[in-house]
Design a protein around this ligand. Structure first.
Ligand code: LRY
Length: 226
């Protein structure tokens, strides 16, 4: 089952259609409209947050849905933190469940490999969201179908770079056979192309496409607006 989706995603753009807590765009119908816009613009898949939005997206567009469920404190494991969260996303129709695969303990005590096993048994694939090369290797060994650089810069440790972590993309692509997805702080079409050249199977772009609040702020800050 991995192969057809891998083929469909090769060299393609995945649009992350999410909005943070409190953002005016965090509204199910609005988020589903973002996925429709992504499809209209040629995206090969979308990445969406929460079972309600996943189910509404699956009912609305024809693209594969990569689903996560952000739950819990910003400081801990937050992207699909437990097996329960993962299986709820499969029930909602996710083709792929994205889950934190960092070395941090999961709140339900499960291992990442156990989450992979549960999702596979339920008939979906797994995208491992990692922050470094070691986690990527371990996620591949645990059976992840895709490894994404999502969490580089978002766990305690090295400071967050301004741009995408293309070194991690290249290191992962050289180290594992599992397809690598470039994700996180990809802000321009040129950076997306660089990520593919670095060895990514596909590129996920979120904020630069789907966050008018962040994009507005980038302009107001550049202008020194109060
Ligand atoms: C770290 C974390 O929680 N990342 C989340 C994962 O789903 C999203 O908030 C990001 O928007 C997504 O990864 C895409 O990245 P960017 O918005 O930088 O293009």
């Amino acid at each position: 089952m991995t192969a057809p989706l891998t083929d469909a995603l090769t060299g393609q753009l995945i649009v992350s259609c999410q909005a943070p807590d409190g953002d005016p765009m965090r509204h199910p119908d609005t988020l589903v409209r973002m996925t429709r816009a992504a499809q209209a613009g040629g995206a090969a898949a979308v990445r969406v947050n929460g079972p309600e939005v996943v189910a509404a997206t699956v009912a609305t567009i024809d693209l594969p849905v990569i689903a996560l469920w952000k739950d819990g404190a910003e400081s801990g494991v937050r992207i699909t933190p437990t097996v329960r969260h993962a299986l709820a996303l499969v029930d909602a129709g996710a083709a792929v469940v994205a889950a934190d695969a960092t070395a941090r303990p999961r709140p339900d005590g499960s291992t990442f490999a156990e989450l992979v096993g549960a999702v596979h048994a339920a008939g979906a694939l797994v995208m491992a969201d990692v922050s470094n090369l070691v986690e990527g290797r371990e996620a591949a060994s645990a059976g992840a179908d895709f490894v994404s650089t999502t969490l580089s810069g978002y766990v305690p440790g090295p400071p967050r770079a301004a741009g995408p972590d293309l070194d991690l993309v290249a290191d992962l692509a050289a180290a594992i056979r599992t397809p690598v997805v470039a994700e996180g702080r990809i802000a321009t079409p040129a950076q997306a192309a660089e990520a593919l050249a670095a060895g990514a199977l596909a590129v996920v772009v979120g904020t630069a496409i789907t966050s008018p609040t962040a994009l507005t702020r980038s302009f107001t800050e550049a202008l020194g607006c109060p």
